[in-house]
Design a protein around this ligand. Structure first.
Ligand SMILES: *Cc1c(COP(=O)(O)O)cnc(C)c1O
Length: 360
């Protein structure tokens, strides 16, 4: 079998070392004589994995003591509903910054629960930019301000986050969590589905400031309250144990790579290879995102015509490049260069982009 370069947008590449370790202990975890999947979630062996994942994430991401790390289910999409159910009370406004399809979906769910507003939107330019942090519209009675830190589909990413103190800032970091250091204290709540940067699908990570757990939510179902999960250390009901085990392996791998700062440096180098291929192509490849808003995680580009896109994608596929097709709502091409995508895969893509162009 020839090499496969996995640029899938999500679920996406996992570190090879992690997969090999999981394979090695698949049928006999830690001397238990069984798979980690077969252990009770109340057993000492499982609880050690669970706690280690929480502690490692806190350590790697520099999460202050007043924040809790939660493992939830239902994907990032359930967070779109849980957030307004928890925070969007009568007389308050859920204020959304629209930078792409996922922010639109988050807003749509909030509208089902209460009053909403749009703090800024870059839809007019087909979401090719990120709003200026000084031009966001706040309301005195904002329940929260919500943003999407990285726009997986359009390929844009926030560089500097707004500093706000009239309401908690909430961020969907599904596609760039742990890809760079973040000042956690700017946020009341950060959430992310694991399947892009943290592990396989099935677990959603939430990082929530403790004071936000105390809001009264008497009419919210028990399993949909953050406090339920915080009070039981995310063991209120059966957690997705295998996904959390894999998350723990991925976090261990991040630490071995030198931590989040080292990962960021590598992510910058990886993305630069592909952006250089675009910028040095004399317009043969056209980036979708404005240069200042370019994502280090999802690199979106087009060839001159849709037919050219299709021919490029077909050739890429033949050579072992997987997942380079753009999202169905945008079209074109997209290379997702998450933490686990090897540098060599990006080198190979850059070389392919150059040679494909020269041979046209
Ligand atoms: C993938 C993605 C989602 C959706 O996550 P699910 O876990 O499938 O619900 C939400 N937001 C962003 C930014 C994403 O990239």
């Amino acid at each position: 079998m020839t090499a496969v370069y996995n640029f899938n947008a999500g679920p996406s590449a996992l570190p090879k070392e992690v997969l090999e370790r999981a394979q090695a202990e698949l049928t006999n975890f830690n001397g238990t004589g069984m798979s980690v999947m077969e252990l009770s979630h109340r057993s000492k062996d499982y609880e050690a994995v669970h706690q280690n994942a929480i502690d490692l994430l806190k350590e790697l991401y520099n999460i202050p003591d007043q924040y809790k790390v939660l493992f939830l289910q239902g994907g990032a999409s359930l967070q779109f509903s849980m957030i307004p159910m928890q925070f969007l009370k009568e007389g308050k406004i859920g204020n959304y910054i629209l930078t792409g399809a996922w922010s639109e979906k988050a807003l749509k769910e909030a509208k089902l629960i209460g009053e909403t507003a749009i703090a800024a939107s870059t839809k007019e330019g087909n979401y090719s930019s990120i709003p200026n942090v000084n031009q966001l519209q706040y309301n005195q009675n904002d329940a929260y301000v919500h943003l999407t830190s990285n726009n997986t589909i359009f390929g844009t990413q926030w560089r500097d986050f707004p500093t706000i103190d009239h309401a908690p800032l909430i961020a969907d970091m599904s596609s760039d969590i742990l890809s760079r250091p973040i000042d956690i204290e700017k946020f009341g709540l950060i959430y992310a589905g694991a399947q892009k940067n943290l592990g396989p699908s099935g677990v959603t990570v939430a990082i929530i400031r403790e004071d936000l757990l105390e809001e009264q939510v008497d009419n919210v179902p028990t399993v949909l309250r953050y406090k339920t999960h915080a009070d039981s250390n995310s063991l209120y009901h059966t957690p997705p144990t295998f996904s959390i085990y894999m998350l723990n392996q991925v976090l261990t791998w991040v630490k071995e790579q030198g931590g989040v700062q080292a990962i960021q440096k590598r992510n910058e180098e990886k993305a630069k290879l592909i952006y250089d291929a675009i910028d040095e192509s004399n317009g043969f490849y056209r980036g979708h995102a404005e240069v200042e808003a370019r994502s280090l995680m999802n690199i979106t580009f087009n060839l001159p015509t849709d037919q050219d896109n299709q021919a490029f994608l077909a050739k890429a596929k033949e050579l072992g490049f997987v997942g380079l097709n753009g999202h169905r709502s945008v079209g074109g091409c997209r290379a997702s260069t998450y933490n686990a995508v090897p540098f060599e895969a990006c080198v190979a893509l850059r070389e392919f982009m150059d040679s494909y162009r020269i041979n046209q």
